[in-house]
Write a protein that binds this ligand. Structure first.
Ligand code: CA
Length: 230
């Protein structure tokens, strides 16, 4: 990305919006537009095609979760990265946001440094997913060639079940992102509603054990789900 990325901040609390704009523009990370309601956000997204949307949950007219849902359902905005701003006390908001396909969330009150770091990470990830094929992952211990269905730890091949393989693939494709149990269930198990969310925990446990020294790269995010960290 040679040009400065464009970030759309959707927040009706003007002080917070102004602080975010100031912080991101001062550091040179982004050029920031601000809107203060869900409906103007949807218009702005359509008109200006931002590189990233920072989206508050509590908004007038249309809520942040609804904006996220509409954006993900529209082909033009389905891939636009979204960072949700959520209340610290509302776990259900965070889960809803991630389930709807938000890339990350920051809980209020947040530090501007933390938010700036998340913004940089999401923009970097967006750039890298455009450039690097995801079929091959090479970490310190783990090498995963998903096309060849060949997984090895410290150059020793390991055997995974089909489910474990799909689970690892989805986690790595979405690395550094928190994935809820429901999302993992839906993607790895399909829509079989007889499967309980607890079986996700069981499979993650087995997968971690098989990954040995790379196992801790699958982090448990208490109350939310799992994240594969690089
Ligand atoms: Ca708000």
């Amino acid at each position: 990305m040679s040009r400065v990325p464009r970030v759309l901040v959707v927040e009706d609390e003007q002080d917070i919006a102004a602080l975010i704009k100031h912080a991101l523009e001062r550091s040179g990370d982004a050029q920031v537009d601000v809107v203060s309601s869900g409906d103007t956000a949807l218009r702005a997204v359509r008109d200006t095609a931002p590189d990233l949307v920072i989206l508050d949950i509590n908004l007038p007219v249309i809520s942040g979760t609804e904006v996220c849902r509409i954006m993900r359902g529209n082909a033009e905005t389905a891939q636009t990265p979204i960072i949700m701003l959520t209340a610290r006390t509302s776990e259900s908001d965070r889960v809803a946001g991630l389930d709807l396909g938000a890339d990350d969330y920051v809980t209020k009150p947040f530090s501007l440094r933390e938010l700036s770091a998340r913004v940089r990470a999401v923009l970097r990830r967006r750039k890298s997913t455009h450039e690097i094929p995801t079929a091959l992952f090479q970490g310190r211990h783990l090498r995963a060639d998903f096309d060849a269905v060949a997984i090895s730890i410290d150059n020793e091949p390991i055997r995974l079940t089909r489910r474990e393989f799909e689970l690892l693939k989805f986690l790595i494709e979405n690395r550094n992102r928190v994935l809820s149990r429901d999302r993992l269930l839906e993607r790895v198990w399909g829509y079989d509603r007889n499967v309980e969310t607890r079986s996700v925990d069981v499979h993650v446990g087995r997968l971690r054990a098989k990954l040995g020294p790379a196992g801790p790269q699958i982090e448990t995010i208490i109350g939310l789900g799992y994240r594969f960290v690089e």
